[in-house]
Design a binder for this molecule. Structure first.
Ligand SMILES: Nc1ncnc2c1ncn2[C@@H]1O[C@H](COP(=O)(O)OP(=O)(O)OP(=O)(O)O)[C@@H](O)[C@H]1O
Ligand SMILES: [Mg+2]
Length: 232
């Protein structure tokens, strides 16, 4: 694999079975993402965006095809090795953020580092560095419910970055954001990519994000579709 590539899929497919009923969520998707790149995956509801992100991060297994992360095939990896990759190499920002309501902002960001058994001093430093990056200094002791949607999202980004992953996957990051916040998010992600050397894949149906991103993949009914922005 080209050493500049972080992620590659070869003819990736995923089908779900509900009894006799088969839903093809992803159909023969091949893509490549370079290190330090921001890829926007765009498509209508049900086109397979979340399914793709789950496969890219090793949260689910494909029905056919391969996922290679940093040259290593993760699509056929056993659960033990995969769970380590999910904790250390991949950061996931869920659509509903999945913050722990009982914990403060600070504790939410620390959580994934605690699972890795990082020393207290290192966790403290990394947490304050990240909260500074995402503009939440002064909000450390707030609970998620005391924050706006945009602020909660930034906590989720800080948490996803805590263990210095290579790849960050964000699912529908602008669903709850207005136009100004959507733009601010793209700027934040761009500055994080520069500062942390991380790679982002963002699934969205927000055209604003897609238009601001040179690298994009269009999905329709689980298949790679034509890039209608470049064509127009
Ligand atoms: N666990 C499941 N069982 C059966 N079908 C599923 C399952 N998860 C997803 N699907 C189907 O797979 C297809 C792709 O779903 P997916 O959630 O990946 O779409 P999406 O692009 O993320 O949509 P949205 O923009 O609404 O989040 C849909 O038809 C969906 O109904
Ligand atoms: Mg989705």
């Amino acid at each position: 694999m080209d050493e500049k590539l972080l992620l590659r899929t070869d003819e990736l497919s995923k089908a779900y079975w509900n009894g006799p009923e088969k839903t093809v969520a992803l159909d023969n998707v091949s893509l490549q993402v370079r290190k330090g790149e921001l890829l926007a995956v765009y498509g209508p509801s049900g086109s397979g965006k979340t399914t793709l992100l789950f496969l890219l991060g090793g949260f689910d297994k494909p029905t056919a095809g391969k996922v290679l992360l940093d040259g290593i095939e993760i699509s056929n990896m056993d659960e033990h090795r995969l769970s380590r990759i999910r904790r250390t190499t991949v950061g996931f920002v869920f659509q509903n953020y999945n913050l722990v309501e009982e914990l403060t902002v600070l504790e939410n960001v620390k959580l994934t580092m605690m699972f890795e058994g990082k020393p207290e001093e290192e966790m403290k430093e990394r947490t304050s560095e990240l909260l500074d990056k995402v503009g939440l200094v002064g909000r450390e002791r707030h609970r998620p419910s005391q924050l706006s949607a945009g602020e909660q999202q930034r906590v989720a980004i800080a948490r996803a970055l805590a263990n210095r992953p290579r790849l960050v996957l964000m699912d529908e990051p602008t669903g709850n954001l207005d136009q100004d916040n959507s733009r601010a998010l793209v700027q934040l992600v761009t500055s994080i990519i520069r500062g942390e050397g991380v790679t982002f894949v963002i699934a969205t149906h927000n055209l604003e994000i897609v238009q601001g991103t040179p690298s994009r993949l269009f999905l329709n009914a689980g298949r790679v579709a034509t890039d209608f922005i470049s064509q127009s």
